[in-house]
Design a protein around this ligand. Structure first.
Ligand code: GLU
Length: 519
């Protein structure tokens, strides 16, 4: 195995912020990181980027680990797994950042800024007449009008620091420079330093911003490749500059910015709101929204198997150059390549995700699929009397029509509950007093039956029809309507056998009552 590229051990990191549920884009980033690490025999680090205390959501960190577990993603180093490059939570690495930001200040590459929120507002106001709204920022055009260590004397700055005047530390953007970030799938990405603002590196609370922490940590954790979402590309210029400012340019990781996953209509980035609006999952696992308290179903709760979700996600921005669409995880690990990653955003195709799931369900051994169905019934708190063999029979009989594990229940709910209504209209013109008598006699036959298995029931019904001198077809439709409530469901003898003698008789009796209104 090749665990080094350019003599650098392969170390990748997935660096989520614990600010909410891990959505599809994040999951796909995690998956690609995992595939590449597995292929190269490297290490996958899970780093918690929790420097924004205002956006911190309790439970989000644990949730990320649960998603990894469900998807079968192996993490090598993290707060839970340990490792020699910890701590793996940024809020616990405060002292490290301090040391490096000091290095930048000493080198004149960063500076203290003491401006109050009111002063910042006043600055925006005063530049309104000379600059377009979106160009008013703390940068080389404005910085010399502000209260910072560039405009104050060394003594004044020291005094403010000694007096504990709140401050932030900002990067000092070079005046006129093209910053170039080499992206492995996009080529060289250029940033004009004149257009970039003097981003805050250290906040007033003493914690670093994401921009600073990400660079320090990727360096200290010896990250070889950064595979992250395209939403971070606009910030990548600042990151590249920081790598240089800190003197680490030759250790810079290989950058890969993955394309966005768009809304199903292609109109913007897929968001949490789309999940609610369109009833489509965007989280791997159920997520409880911190503000509304709403439970948002994930792919798991919708009835997906993790292998199908992984396959779908893997193929949403990568292919192996052939038309093959279904890959086992081992095949993905073997065939995945950075070169074949797409860089254009693609719409989220939920139908395709379901197609993958259906494909996996059809291929699964019956016992494994039955286990999934059993778990689903437990989650839905469905009481039933079925043995494993009966559930396996149900799975075999119905899997061709099921795309999601939940479909086994949703499409066959009549096997678990009596029908709540009977579609009497389905029998209009086909029901009369004679039919009623026929079914009363059938009840007697069923009561006497001592074998209610599918095969035997088949003969029982045939014999019954022969004795009554009618065709089997004559009783099949009314029997189905009485058993399930309408013109749907698996074969009637299978239904009878599965729900059992007592339940069958009860449903026919209830059906006869309901049908008395039309005859
Ligand atoms: N903490 C960032 C996030 O929440 C990760 C950005 C990166 O990978 O550099 O997505």
């Amino acid at each position: 195995m090749n665990d080094e590229i350019n003599n650098k051990p392969i170390r990748l990191r997935f660096a989520p912020s614990p600010t909410g549920g891990l959505h599809l884009g994040g999951l796909r980033t995690l998956l690609y990181n995992f595939l590449f690490v597995q292929q190269q025999g490297g290490k996958l680090i899970l780093r918690i980027e929790d420097t924004d205390q205002k956006r911190f959501v309790a439970g989000a960190e644990q949730y990320i680990f649960e998603c990894c577990q469900w998807l079968g993603i192996n993490i090598d180093e993290s707060v839970q797994h340990g490792g020699e490059y910890g701590p793996y939570r940024q809020s616990e690495r405060k002292a490290l950042y301090q040391q490096y930001v000091q290095q930048l200040i000493d080198g004149g590459l960063a500076y203290y800024a003491f401006d109050t929120p009111e002063e910042l507002d006043a600055m925006r106001e005063s530049f309104k007449s000379v600059l377009p709204h979106d160009q008013i920022q703390y940068d080389q055009k404005t910085r010399m009008k502000m209260t910072n260590s560039l405009t104050l004397s060394a003594e004044e700055t020291k005094k403010k620091l000694d007096n504990k005047t709140p401050f932030v530390i900002r990067i000092k953007m070079p005046e006129q420079e093209q910053i170039v970030l080499p992206d492995a799938i996009r080529g060289a990405v250029h940033f004009d330093s004149q257009l970039l603002d003097d981003k805050v590196l250290m906040k007033a609370d003493g914690l670093p911003t994401y921009h600073f922490a990400v660079v320090v940590d990727d360096y200290l954790m010896k990250i070889s490749h950064v595979l992250r979402g395209e939403e971070w590309l606009p910030s990548a210029g600042i990151h590249a500059l920081l790598w240089r400012y800190l003197g680490w340019e030759k250790d810079m990781p290989i950058w890969i910015h993955l394309p966005l996953i768009l809304k199903p209509d292609g109109n913007g980035k897929l968001s949490k709101r789309d999940s609610e609006r369109l009833g489509i999952p965007i989280y791997a696992l159920q997520w409880k929204d911190a503000t509304s308290g709403d439970l948002i179903e994930g792919f798991k709760e919708k009835g997906f198997v993790p292998q199908a979700l992984s396959n779908f996600l893997a193929l949403s921005a990568w292919n192996d150059g052939s038309t093959q669409e279904v890959f086992s995880i081992d095949e993905l690990i073997q065939k995945f390549s950075l070169e074949r990653l797409h860089h254009h955003s693609a719409k989220f195709d939920y139908e395709k995700a379901k197609w993958y799931n259906e494909t996996y369900l059809q291929q699964m051994p019956t016992t494994a699929l039955t286990d999934c169905v059993k778990n689903c019934l437990v989650t839905k708190q469905i009481q039933h009397h079925y043995t494993d063999t009966q559930l396996e029979e149900l799975v075999e009989l119905t899997k061709a029509r099921c795309q999601l594990i939940n479909d086994f229940y949703d499409q066959n709910a009549y096997l678990f509950h009596k029908p709540t209504s009977i579609d009497t209209a389905a029998l209009t013109g086909k029901w009369n007093a004679d039919k009623k008598k026929l079914f009363e006699q059938l009840i007697v036959v069923f009561e006497q039956a001592n074998n209610f298995s599918h095969d035997v029931l088949h003969h029982t019904l045939q014999e019954f029809c022969a004795t009554q001198n009618i065709k089997l077809g004559e009783i099949q439709l009314p029997l189905r309507v009485m058993l399930v409530g309408g013109k749907f469901g698996i074969g009637v003898t299978h239904i009878l056998a599965l729900i059992g003698k007592k339940e069958s008789i009860e449903r026919i009796t209830n059906g006869l009552n309901a049908l008395s209104t039309i005859a």
